[in-house]
Design a protein around this ligand. Structure first.
Ligand code: ZN
Length: 309
């Protein structure tokens, strides 16, 4: 007779499981009774069903072993086969024929056999049952995982851009682009702080008292300087007004406290330049000496790379 000999016990255990009924699999899913533990009380019907399930599992495994398929690493197929056949014979003896017992008595008789004459056979079955239950638990877990809706891995939220990065992008959209034509000196500044861009122009309009104090009290000389004539001051004023600082002290603390609420601010200024008054573009420029002083005192860095004086 041709024998399909497979030495892989895991695959052979799966083959046993494929041949089991739902009742037999459910039995394997229940925790194995601990040796020596008091038997659970069951009805006659449950006692008969349990004996039938045990016999069915033993017969199914025996069929596999008859094909020389190993169900564990350390015993020959024939050895385990003899144990299972002995268990099967004992179950039939107490449930069929002239020695047939009432269901609960049959269950108790098998239990006594398993602790006495049949102990070796019962232990071999217990070992097989444990192996089958482990493979079944893995199959159940895989089936459950396959049923779960796939969780999409959300892309991580983009890291917030730094003030310096925001300013770089703002400049990329502006520097070198067409500026208002004419003879009038036109300067604008972009201050990026707290993740937002604030813009100012050298238009001479008034600024808030908080901004005026904030700037002029950071300077050691004030002669011949009109703060409202600098675009940087107006950009700072846009920030001060937007954040609604009530006093110079509060604004100063927000910029230079330990730690500051608005650290790492960046500013750049640009003016409209051209060879002729009707061909002007925005070009980065250095802040004036006065602005450099208050910017440094307030911890705001000026982006001057490539700036014209
Ligand atoms: Zn200035």
């Amino acid at each position: 007779m041709y024998r399909d000999t497979r030495p892989d016990p895991a695959a052979n255990l799966q083959s046993v499981l494929r041949g089991l009924t739902d009742d037999q699999k459910d039995y394997l899913r229940r925790p194995a009774p601990q040796p020596g533990a008091a038997p659970q009380q069951v009805t006659d019907a449950e006692a008969l069903a349990e004996l039938a399930v045990l016999n069915g599992i033993a017969q199914r495994a025996a069929a596999e072993l008859r094909q020389d398929r190993l169900l564990n690493e350390d015993s020959l197929p024939d050895t385990l086969l003899q144990h299972l056949l002995a268990l099967s014979r004992e179950i039939r003896r107490v449930t069929e024929g002239h020695e047939m017992l009432a269901p609960q008595a049959a269950r108790a008789a098998l239990r006594n056999w398993a602790r006495g004459d049949g102990k070796e056979h019962a232990l071999a079955f217990h070992d097989l049952r444990t192996r089958l239950a482990a493979v079944l638990a893995t199959q159940d877990a895989d089936a459950l995982a396959a049923q779960q809706p796939r969780v999409r891995t959300a892309p991580p939220p983009p890291a917030p851009r730094s003030n310096a990065e925001i300013l770089r992008d703002e400049l990329a959209e502006t520097i070198g682009r067409k500026a208002p034509n004419g003879e009038h000196a036109t300067v604008k500044a972009i201050l990026v702080i707290g993740g937002r861009a604030y813009r100012g122009r050298n238009d001479g309009s008034r600024v808030s008292q908080v901004t005026y104090d904030l700037v002029t009290r950071r300077l050691d000389r004030l002669e011949k300087w009109t703060p409202t004539g600098c675009a940087e001051v107006h950009a700072l004023d846009a920030f001060v007004v937007d954040r609604n600082f009530a006093t110079e002290a509060l604004a100063l603390a927000a910029l230079t406290g330990a730690p500051p609420a608005y650290p790492d601010g960046w500013i750049a200024a640009m003016d409209a330049r051209g060879r002729t008054p009707d061909a002007r573009s925005w070009e980065k420029r250095l802040p004036c000496d006065n602005c450099r002083q208050w910017l440094a005192a307030l911890g705001i860095q000026a982006d001057t790379r490539g700036a014209l004086s």
